[in-house]
Each structure stands twice: as C-alpha cells, then as structure tokens.
Design a protein around this ligand. Structure first.
Ligand code: UD1
Length: 417
C-alpha cells in the first residue's frame, strides 16, 4: 500500500509549476466527441481521472495518445454510445459523456457516475437539461438510457448553478438545432475554458463566465486545438502548503484572479502573496492567525474544493476560525483525520469551528481528493513525521503531488508499505 511519508515542521522554499486544470480538461475531453477528426489538447494534466476519460474515449473507438503534457484525440473512427460501468464509476465527470454522446450520435447509455463521496450528488439537473433539449431519458435502476435522434434548442433555467449540469447542457446544445439559452448557469472559469475549446471547434457559443450562456447549435464542428487553463485548486493547494509550513515559494503559471477569495483568506491569516512575472509568490514568516467566517459558494465565491485546504492551514493558526460549507453536505469527513494530528475542530451541521492548536505528525488516511491534499498540507505544517494513506484519491487530481511539494522544499516521499 502506498503512502506519503512527510517530515513536517520544515519551512518551504522553492518554485513549482501549476499543471493544467482537471475540471477543465475533463469536459473538454468529452467535447472532442462533437467533431470528427484529430483534436489537440495542450497542458492536459496526467491524472488518473484524465486516464479514465481517455479510456472512455478509447472504448468509444477514438484513438488517444499522450506526448508529454499534450493529448491528441482522434475521433474519426468513433463508434457506439455506451460507456462501460467500470469507467463511469471512476469519476463524477463521466456524466458529461451523456451530453456529448447525445449531441454526436443521438444516443447515450451509461450507469450513474462515481466520484468523491462528498454527500448526496444527484444528477437530476443534468438529466432535466437533456430532457429540455428533447432527449428521452430513462433511469432503470441506475442504468441511464438517453435517446433523441434530433435535439432541439430550448431555454434551460437551472435552479442551482451546477457546474456539471451547465457543461452537460452546453455540450448537448452544440448538437441541438436552433438556439439554447442556459439561465442561472455556473460561472466557473472552467466553463469559460470549455467555451473557448468549443469555439476553437467552430461552435457559436457565448456568455460562458456569466449567468446566461447562449448556444446556436446544429453547426457542423471541426477538430480543435486548445491549451487547458492552469488548475486553480492546485494553485490553492501549493499556496496553502507554504502557508501551513511557513517559508516562501513561487508558483509558475498560477493566476491570482482565479483564486481571489483564497488569496484574501490566506492574507487575512498572515501570509503575503504577490504576483510575479511568472505567476504568484507566497511568503509566511510570522504566526498564522485565525480568521472570520469563510462561507463556500459558487464562483466567484470561496471554492468548496479549497475549503479542506484552508482548514488544514487554520488548524494551526492562533485563535479561532469558522468555515461554512454550502455546496456539499458531507465535506468535513477529513476533519476527523486532521484531529488525529492534534487539530481541534468541531463540526456542527454545515459549519466547522476550528480552534488553532500545534499539530504533530500522525498516520492519517485520505477520504477524498481534496481532503487528502488537506492532510498532506497539515503534515507539512506539523512537527514530526506523518504517513498519509489513500493516495488513490490524491492521484485523481494531482500530478505527482509529492514531486511538486518537493520542488517547494517539502520533505515528502511516496513509499510502499
Ligand atoms: C464540480 C467540480 C467539483 C467542484 C464542484 C463545485 C468537476 C469535475 N467537478 O462538481 O470539483 O467541487 O463543481 O464547484 O468539475 N446538484 C444537484 N443536482 C445535479 C447536480 C448538482 O442537486 O444534477 C447539486 C450538488 O449536489 C451540489 C451542488 O449542486 O450540492 C453543486 O454541484 P455541481 O456544481 O454540479 O458540482 P459538480 O459539477 O459535481
């Protein structure tokens, strides 16, 4: 069994590059089905979730190959419309293949998607959007069968700005005749990146990044070439690592505007963060201090994915902090593991109350992707050695996290027991 062996309590110093965004690359890979030919995706991170998306494309007859950080997907010989259960179950984003399969072949068959266990993760908004575009969607005991030989544009009003449902609606709308309007759309930067890729394929789509996205569908698309945006949650992870351990680091390709609420919180907690010519730099010299309530919210609010990362920093700050989670209802499971390191965190309903305390190394286990990153950050800031298990969660969203944190000066090794 693999784990991270972390020697904590050592200030960081170094420089690391932020890799491409998982949550941007996944919908874009699903989108390649919309146009026959050879798509080129630069800055595509090498993660197990991405490998799962590429495996889905391979099962659908596409040829995929990786050349460094560039992935080439040739969809010319694609066939079939069924995604194997094993691959659907590996990640949440597999649900996006419903929209792109429907748009490109009029049919999609799959089971419910997997993904991190963060509480209830229904897909009703996805299915409702597909139905509004004319698809017949049947759910027989978790087996989804979607059919529509001819999708038609429509007005889709999302009751909640779901990132995935917005992306699924965008993908399906590209294959629908006429105009689709997506109202109360998610405004995440990954939506803008997907729009940019779709435009590179010739799609007539606008409004990505605002609450109203308009797609003039039914236009034949051609293969696209695109560079995936830097991962903002990976950026937040490296910033929090330096914040927790102290010291100074530079993050190449990091974009401050993409993580503005995280920068605000870390600055309030006692970090200095500034833009450099190559990205962002962060320094933490004095003691960390607790900060006022942080409330997660859809973009541009405080990202739910960065909530565990910040908690790992605040766990050792002087004074009290509070974090309220509004997006997922079971996203504090990692706090029990943090408490094994000496953290004093009490979860009451949707709020975690953190009373800063010195952390000591411990043996802990990741319960989900960002929770695992949070434990690794806490281990860097704790006195003594830690073992972080559950790397299969961490590898879903970080390209060799131990190497990246090593570039920042962290003493961390991947070890097999
Ligand atoms: C995406 C991100 C994930 C991030 C999340 C919120 C990807 C692959 N994942 O997930 O990292 O944490 O956005 O920023 O991009 N909901 C419903 N019905 C639905 C869909 C969602 O009720 O059909 C609810 C969810 O239960 C949750 C909320 O909406 O409470 C947000 O979910 P959503 O924005 O859809 O997140 P994901 O797309 O799953």
């Amino acid at each position: 069994m693999e784990y991270f062996a972390v020697q904590g309590g050592v200030p960081l110093e170094g420089c690391v590059a932020v890799h491409g965004a998982k949550n941007s690359a996944l919908p874009i890979l699903a989108a390649t089905l919309l146009a026959p030919g050879e798509h080129v995706l630069h800055n595509c991170p090498d993660l197990t979730d991405i490998a799962a998306a590429l495996a889905i494309l391979s099962c659908l007859g596409c040829q995929v190959r990786r050349e460094g950080s560039t992935v080439v997907v040739n969809t010319i010989h694609r066939r079939g419309c069924a995604v194997p259960d094993r691959l659907m179950g590996q990640m949440r984003a597999s649900v996006l293949f419903l929209g792109s399969l429907l748009a490109s072949s009029g049919e999609a068959i799959a089971c419910w998607p997997g993904g991190c266990a963060l509480g209830e993760r229904p897909i009703d908004l996805h299915l409702r959007a597909l139905r509004l575009l004319g698809a017949e969607v049947l759910d027989r005991g978790g087996r989804l069968s979607c059919r529509c030989p001819r999708l038609r544009g429509n007005r889709i009003v999302l009751p909640f700005p779901s990132v995935g449902a917005t992306e699924n609606a965008m993908l399906a709308a590209c294959g629908a005749q006429g105009v689709t309007e997506i109202c109360n759309a998610a405004q995440e930067l990954e939506i803008v990146d997907l729009q940019n890729f779709l435009r590179a394929c010739g799609a007539n789509i606008s409004g990505g990044g605002t609450q109203r996205i308009v797609v003039y569908g039914g236009v034949p698309l051609h293969p696209g070439e695109h560079s995936v945006m830097p991962d903002r949650i990976v950026t937040a992870t490296y910033l929090c690592a330096v914040a927790a351990a102290g010291g100074e680091g530079e993050l190449l390709a990091a974009q401050g505007g993409a993580v503005a609420p995280v920068l605000q919180a870390l600055t309030a907690a006692g970090c200095q963060i500034w833009e450099t010519q190559r990205g962002l730099a962060v320094r933490r010299q004095g003691a960390l201090r607790g900060i006022g309530p942080i409330v997660t919210a859809p973009y541009p609010g405080f990202p739910t994915d960065a909530q565990p990362l910040l908690a790992a920093v605040l766990a050792k700050a002087q004074g009290e902090s509070a974090i309220t989670e509004t997006i997922f209802d079971r996203r504090f499971r990692y706090t029990q593991q943090l408490c094994r390191m000496g953290a004093r965190i009490q979860v009451e309903g949707d709020t975690a109350r953190i009373c800063g305390a010195p952390l000591q190394g411990a043996s802990v286990k990741a319960t989900d992707l960002r929770g695992g990153a949070a434990l690794t950050i806490a281990a860097l800031g704790a006195q003594g050695c830690s073992q972080v298990y559950g790397l299969e969660h961490i590898d879903r969203g970080y390209e060799r996290l131990e190497t990246a944190l090593g570039c920042l000066g962290g003493r961390i090794r991947r070890t097999t027991r």
